[in-house]
Design a protein around this ligand. Structure first.
Ligand code: ATP
Length: 922
């Protein structure tokens, strides 16, 4: 207000611009009108704004209140303020305050003075005296008008001050509003910012969602593709399964066939061995081959003649020619002339190698005069390998052929019997103590002899074999004789140990192959040896003589075979003893000069050929056999224990089977009993219901008789339990109709004048009805209510709210009739109720006592307390019976309390006490 009082506050004016008050719109342009009373007299004075226009508008607002031009005539425009002046002015009218032409500082005195001057001027000119009077009157009227104007101006000032105050207040209010608006704007801004962020976030989420949707689509497509692939794979899998089963079937067939073939193969191999062995036996277990060396260079040079007819040697016959005529003929298994090479000789020797791998002991030895080619036949040369090398080569060849079915191991020992001593030829020269060690022959088992400490060189290929053979050959004792420059002075023996295992049947064999290059037999007189060489010759002849004795004993089947007469025969005992195969090369010289030695050798060979060793015996590995025997024993024991366990388990299973059968039998019996009881219960329930209906009808008749003064509707047309307080009942019905949605039992088509209400027991007793109604499965649980089944029409209205019902056990405590309830016994007269209760209890007790024979607790309950309230429920399967005993007649008070509690509980839940399950009360 202070600012408004100040004239033309230029700073205040613009601050009022730019906003519009609510109502009335007030805009003060320029400045507030200041009307100083002292300086302008009766006229409003705008001291600093004389030449300005002041416009006070109450309705134009901001747009219409733009500051006027400063040179306009000050104008006060009124609209609604017209009433302030108590004049009838249009809202658009304005009051213009014309500036006074005189100085505003002039007072009334000056005006009077001015008037006096005019009067004086008039007096000076009497002609204007009338005008003076007019002027005076005009002055008076104007003065009066001025006074009015001043009063109006004062009024206007006060009004102006009031309006200014209001304007100030409005300004403050507007400022507050502006601040509030600013705050709101800021808040809106922040909200807009937040919304913008949200929008951005939302757009981001939308884009993400779009991406995800696209991905989902892609994944769905992939899923479909995968499903198709899966189905294809499933089909493929089925095909594969089918194929697999086919393959498995084929494999099984092949396996069976393989097993059959394996068995057949084993049997065939066994048969082959036997046949092969039979062939060798037929040929003779001691076979004699005669080989004649060619004439050497010296003999040819000396013009030596040949004493052997090689023409007749084709059929194993050998004819000795003396002085050009056949002297004697010898027959051997094979005769090899001077032209026969090493391969020809070995061709007939190779089958013995097969016998060795088959598990037979074999002895191949060369016998003959010195220089006849024994060493050549057995050892040979590097270019013409002998029987030793070729036999071992044949062994490895057969081993390779049998590698799928057999596993073999070969070791070679090389020893010599020199001067009746056994020497190990594989002992390195760096160990002289070992070389000089005396080796003895030991019998390890029946028919098996072994030289402990003998080096056994394991050989895996022919190179190793050759090395071993060369090692032994180099270590052999040789000397120069008349007949042979490099004569063997000892019996050289190669012992080849062969261990075999049949991979198909696990059979193991351990056989020996003796390859013996005997020392040359020679006549001491002829060779003219002396000293050590004579001793060697004597030992050689002695051992060869012992060999001849053994052969003779074998030929004559002597009970005693003198094997131990020499080291040589002792060593060869296993191979000459009758359970092995032997091959003797009798080496002869074609020179006629050596005819006597040749005849000696051939005679010895003929004796050897006559020896019958008998059938050879297969050399099974005893240690392996023992091991397998132990395994078999262990397996037998395990089998026995397993059999015992299986037997116990079978007994246990049998016992459990018996128990299971007993239980099944019991279950069947129980099920039969249950069915029987159910059917019995149904019948009894029907009877009980008929009885109850009859009783109820009787009760109603009795009541009608009791209430003789009252006109009662037939039982079928009135509410059950509605014999009293019909008005209350109406009220109650109305209350139910208005306030709740008491849902009555489902009405049935009206028959005999009143509708039936579905009871679940009714469904059970009337299947057609149940089918017509098609109750949900869960409602298949049937209840037998001992109360009346038929209740009148006029069901309560549906309840429309959950507001708890009006208190009070409307149906019970007030004994009002509920239109949806069956007749309740406790509302009847106590005497009739008690009577009907007792009768019905006795009926149901009898029926239930039969039924609950297998349920003693229920039976006890029934016997103890009798039945007052019975609810029998049979499940949809008709196998369970549930009974609820609520008390007996003697405890009616307790029953009422329980019922009351139940009703209250249901009321607390906001539902009509009788819309749910309806306990039947007798
Ligand atoms: N079938 C043959 N073909 C060619 N040369 C042979 C044949 N048999 C033997 N010889 C030659 O005869 C010579 C003597 O042979 P070898 O040493 O094998 O006789 P031996 O019976 O072992 O004599 P010893 O009993 O003295 O050791 C050797 O030079 C050998 O090459």
């Amino acid at each position: 207000m202070a600012d408004l009082d100040s004239p033309c506050n230029a700073d205040e004016g613009p601050s009022l611009l730019g906003f519009s008050p609510t109502s009335p719109d007030l805009v003060i342009c320029g400045s507030s009108p200041v009307i100083p009373t002292s300086s302008y007299g009766d006229s409003p004075e705008f001291s600093d704004c004389k030449k300005r226009s002041m416009e006070l508008s109450l309705e134009n607002g901001i747009e219409g209140s733009v500051a006027s031009d400063t040179h306009k005539i000050p104008t006060v425009r009124f609209s609604t303020m017209c009433q302030v002046f108590h004049r009838e002015m249009s809202p658009e009218s304005s009051l213009e305050l014309v500036p006074q032409p005189v100085d505003s500082s002039l007072g009334e005195a000056e005006l009077m003075k001015l008037g006096g001057m005019h009067q004086m001027a008039d007096y000076e000119s009497p002609k204007d005296e009338g005008d003076y009077e007019n002027l005076k009157r005009k002055y008076e009227s104007q003065k009066k008008e001025l006074t009015d104007m001043r009063a109006a101006l004062e009024e206007l000032k006060r009004e102006n001050q009031l309006q200014s105050r209001e304007c100030k207040e409005a300004c403050n209010s507007l400022k507050e509003l502006q601040d509030e608006l600013m705050r709101k704007s800021m808040h809106v801004g922040s909200l807009a910012f937040a919304i913008e962020g949200q929008v951005k976030e939302k757009s981001k989420w939308f884009s993400l969602l779009r991406d995800l949707t696209r991905k989902l689509k892609i994944m769905k497509m992939e899923h479909m593709t995968l499903l198709e692939e899966a189905s294809a794979y499933k089909k493929c899998l089925a095909d594969v399964d089918e194929l697999s089963s086919t393959i498995q079937l084929k494999m099984k067939q092949q396996t069976d066939m393989h097993e059959d073939l394996k068995v057949k193969f084993v049997e065939g191999a066994k048969e082959r061995k036997e046949l092969y062995n039979r062939v060798l036996e037929l040929k003779g277990n001691i076979r004699v081959f005669c080989r004649c060396r060619p004439l050497n260079v010296e003999e040819i040079a000396a013009g030596a003649s040949t004493a052997i007819d090689f023409e007749s040697a084709k059929d194993g016959e050998l004819t000795i020619i003396s002085n050009g005529a056949p002297k004697r003929m010898f027959k051997f298994d094979a005769v090899f002339g001077p032209q026969a090479d090493q391969a020809d000789v070995f061709q007939d020797t190779a089958p013995f190698a097969t016998s060795v791998l088959d598990g037979y002991n074999v002895c191949i030895f060369a016998y003959g005069q010195t220089g006849t080619g024994k060493t050549f036949t057995m050892e040979g040369t590097e270019k013409a390998r002998g029987v030793n090398f070729r036999t071992l080569e044949e062994l490895f060849h057969i081993m390779e052929e049998r590698q799928n079915h057999y596993r073999y191991g070969i070791s070679v020992s090389v020893l010599e019997v020199y001067n009746e001593q056994i020497r190990d030829l594989l002992v390195p020269c760096s160990q002289p103590s070992m070389a000089t060690k005396r080796l003895e022959i030991r019998q390890v088992s029946e028919g098996m002899h072994h030289v402990p400490g003998l080096v056994e060189a394991r050989v895996n290929n022919m190179n190793e074999v050759w090395d071993v053979l060369q090692t032994g050959s180099k270590a052999r004792a040789v000397g120069s004789t008349v007949s042979n420059e490099r004569s063997s002075r000892s019996h050289c023996i190669h012992c080849v140990m062969v261990k075999g295992e049949n991979l198909l049947n696990g059979e193991c064999t351990k056989s020996k192959l003796w390859l013996v290059d005997l020392a040359g037999s020679e006549r001491v007189a002829k060779t003219e040896v002396h000293g050590e060489r004579l001793k060697e010759t004597q030992n050689i002849n002695r051992s060869l003589s012992a060999l001849g004795d053994v052969i003779s004993a074998l030929a004559t089947r002597s009970p005693h075979i003198p094997f131990r007469n020499s080291k040589l025969t002792h060593l060869l005992q296993d191979s000459l003893g009758g359970d092995s195969k032997a091959l003797m090369f009798v080496q002869i010289s074609p020179n006629e000069n050596d005819l006597s030695e040749t005849l000696c050798s051939l005679n010895f060979a003929s004796r050897v050929k006559g020896v019958e060793l008998g059938p050879a015996r297969k050399q099974l590995d005893a240690s392996e056999l023992l091991k397998y025997k132990q395994l078999v024993e262990k397996a037998k024991q395990e089998t026995k224990s397993k059999d015992l366990q299986i037997k116990r388990m079978e007994e246990t299973i049998q016992g459990r089977d018996i128990k299971l059968k007993e239980r099944d039998l019991k279950n069947m019996n129980l099920q039969d009993k249950i069915k029987e009881l159910e059917s019995q219960l149904l019948i009894e329930r029907k009877l009980a219901r008929q009885h109850v209906d009859a009783k109820i009808a009787e009760q109603q008749n009795n009541k009608q008789d009791d209430q003789s003064g009252m006109v009662r509707p037939p039982l079928a047309n009135r509410l059950l339990g509605s014999n009293k307080n019909s008005s209350e009942h109406m009220n109650f019905s109305r209350a139910l109709t208005e306030n709740n949605s008491c849902k009555p039992p489902m009405p049935l088509p009206q028959t005999d004048g009143f509708p039936k209400f579905i009871d679940l027991a009714e469904k059970e007793n009337n299947p057609e009805m149940a089918e017509t109604l098609k109750l949900p499965k869960k409602t298949g649980r049937a209840s037998m209510c001992m109360a009346a089944r038929r209740i009148p029409a006029a069901p309560s209205a549906r309840r429309t709210s959950l507001v708890p019902l009006p208190s009070a056990p409307l149906c019970l405590s007030d004994k009002k009739e509920d239109s949806c309830l069956p007749e309740q016994t406790q509302w009847e007269s106590p005497k009739s109720s008690l009577r009907s209760n007792k009768k019905l209890s006795s009926i149901l007790r009898r029926s239930l006592q039969r039924k609950v024979q297998i349920k003693s607790p229920m039976q006890q309950h029934l016997r103890k307390g009798g039945i007052n309230v019975v609810r029998v429920s049979i499940g949809s399967r008709g196998r369970m019976a549930h009974r609820m005993l609520l008390g007996n007649g003697s405890r009616r008070a307790g029953t009422k309390e329980i019922q009351q509690k139940q009703i209250e509980k249901e009321k607390e839940r906001g539902w009509n006490v009788r819309t749910g399950g309806r306990p039947a009360t007798l």
